[in-house]
Design a protein around this ligand. Sequence first.
Ligand code: ZN
Ligand code: ZN
Length: 312
Amino acid sequence: MKCKVCKKPAVINLRAQNRGLCASCFDAYILDRVERTIKRFAMFTRKEKVLVAVSGGKDSLALWDILIRLGYDAVGLFVDVDIREGDYSCRSLDVVEAFARDRNLDLMVERLKDWWGRSIEEIGRRVLCPTCGMAKRYLTNRVAVDRGFNVLCTGHNLDDEVAVLFSNILNWQVGYLARQAPLLEAWHPKLSKKAKPLVLLTEKETALYMVLRGIGYMKDSCPHARGATTLFYKRLLNQVEWRSPGTKQRFYTLFIRHKVLFQDKEERGSLRECERCGQPTWERLCAFCRMMEGGYGDTGREVSEGDQVSEG
Ligand SMILES: [Zn+2]
Ligand SMILES: [Zn+2]
């Protein structure tokens, strides 16, 4: 197969677009696609301060790399949740630090243990994943707001978004559907604007981007991850995509176009502010501050980020 643009040997066949691309045309395509996504959803400009939540995985590092190459003012933030099994957090941080050092980029590291005074693995397996997700959303948001960043970016790709969308529709989670978006405006002084500039790139595309750029990343997922359902949905949707190329993108972009059908059902009027940190919450303290006080309460009804089900 040959590159549709320059006729050199292709490295990827973009079936959804019915064209192959060589390495350099693929690289140009990725940069252009992300730039267009940022513009299309009016995410941020080159004058704004962008905070990128980096985990060490391929998507968040690809995002940081792309934003820097496009000339955006992007600083990285790694939240160390101190997962010791398989030395997971340490190894992830090593990868992120090496990436930042090689490119002379600013990286901030926030340690959950400094806030909670204990390791997340002491919390109990059953609630570990949702608690970890909640803590990461809380700390990335908090750093973005407290340090004056205009926007917080995460590396969610099209496959992530489509799997979450599929799950939200299967369960008719109308509130979640209302809040699933490539861009969430800051609707409270303690909440940052949030953007997902990779929403129109597939997992396959970000993976190839990383390989072609020669960037090292964490290939294994968290030893505690319970993404079995999400992985199953991703496989299922890839089967549909194989039969009918372009389905994933159509499913997502038409959902965004018809989002008015899903009004936000959350009663924002009844929200209070957390007595410790000021985050909007339904309780006296937000879920994060409840954990800080030593509570093991449920983290189910958390509003400090409208993005729940998804995994970063
Ligand atoms: Zn080419
Ligand atoms: Zn709080």
